[in-house]
Each structure stands twice: as C-alpha cells, then as structure tokens.
Ligand binder design. Sequence first.
Ligand SMILES: [Zn+2]
Length: 266
Amino acid sequence: MLDFYTFKHFQHYPHLQHLVTTKSSKMPYDFSLALHTGENEKSIIGNRAILQKQLQTTDTLHFIVANQTHSDNIQVITEQETKGWKNIHDAIEKCDALITNVPHIVLTILTADCVPILLYDKKNHVIAAIHAGWKGTKSQITTKTISKMKHTFGSHSKDIIAGIAPSIGKCCYEVGGDVAQHFFHTPQSFTQINDKYMLDLPYLNKIQLLKSGLSEEHIEMSSHCTACEVDTFFSYRKENGCSGRFMSMIGLTPSPTSINLLGIRP
Ligand SMILES: [Zn+2]
C-alpha cells in the first residue's frame, strides 16, 4: 500500500482530487516521479502509472507536468490534454505554476524541499498548483498565480482555499545572506545565526496568500519538514543533492472520488 499526504479541508469537496506522494522503498527509486533527473524512464513512467491507478475514479484523467525552472511563469491549461506525463519532451516549458478550470485535468508539481502549493476556488471551480523555491518565493509566484486566477476566471480571494504541502522547514533550511537579503522585509521569516540564516519558505508563501486576501482558516499548512522526515519525503538538502522527487497534484473530476479509502497519512 502506498502512503499519501492529503489536506483535510480539500476532502470536503468530492469532485476535487488531490494528493501528495511519499517515498516507498518497495518501488523503483523509492517511488520517485521525476523524468528529468536521469533515472530509468520506463521505471518512472511505471511509478506514474501505479500512482494514476490509486486515483480511484471512473473518469479519464489528463496529467500535466511542467518543466519547472524556478521562474514566475504561469500557464493556464485550457484543453483536456496530457503533457509531460508519459514523455518529458512535451512537458509545459519553463513554467512553475499551472491553473485550470477544465475537468479531468490533474495539475502536478515535483519537489524535493521546495514548497508545493495547491489552490482551489470552490465557487468557480478553478484549481492551481505552484512550485515555489526561494527564487519563486522572491518573485512572488504565489501572489501572481492568485492574481491570474482573478483576472482569468473571476476568482475572489474569499472563495480560494489553499494547501501548503511538505517542504523544507525553517528548522533545516540554512541560507547565506545572498539569499536571505531578499526576505529582510519579513523579519519573522528567518532566524539569523552568525552569518547564516534559517529561512522559512512555507511561511513566506503563507504571507503571500494572506496578502492576496485569503482568510487564515482557508490556508492549511503541512507541518512536515522534508529534511527532518527524509524517510518519507525526498529532500535535496538532506540527501546531498538527491535526484528523487515526490509529486503534489490537484484535479477536478465530474464523478466523486473515493480517495478517502486509500492509506492516508494523518
Ligand atoms: Zn527540518
């Protein structure tokens, strides 16, 4: 049985599919789901096929994978199509946030320490998935994604709920002044230790959500640190530049899902 991390408040919406994968030592490459990191392509595509089967829906799903580059580029997906799922060459190019209101589409984000953020506009049925490392956080990719949801789909902040998935915590994310200086405007986001800084990327993205008008009770923060919990999640830092990645995903399906039947981590 595979284990997944899920958000409590997304589970109130039966047409919303979402999950965050975890490591499994029984699967090839500990159940890494990335095609861009040099593992055997066939094995990774096999892992993805098994993951797809876990989403227990009768609907045909189309998975979208982006070629993430720590940019603030945001792509709106407008048609039912599969991109980057079975073949890295048709992944969405140079993109770190995906938005859609098209059913049957599942938006995915691959990470090992960076912050994955999933959004759902429960009124207009718009979803988004964001990849925010320090560069994306610095360039306000979360704020920009919400702006794009508002401009493209008429979303209102009060209707958007957010999940901030497991990522490296302030406990483990040490950076130099060259990185920390970009966040000096938010003193609560770091602790200085001599000439180093412990930076809180999940918190900085939560601040972007709050400043975009989301209410605090609509933001669910994972308390899991990928580096502290390296047996469960891939951590680039903790594993000295590991190549594995776990996947966070969100999608809309016409049929209610039965994801709650799966082995969910608390
Ligand atoms: Zn930690």
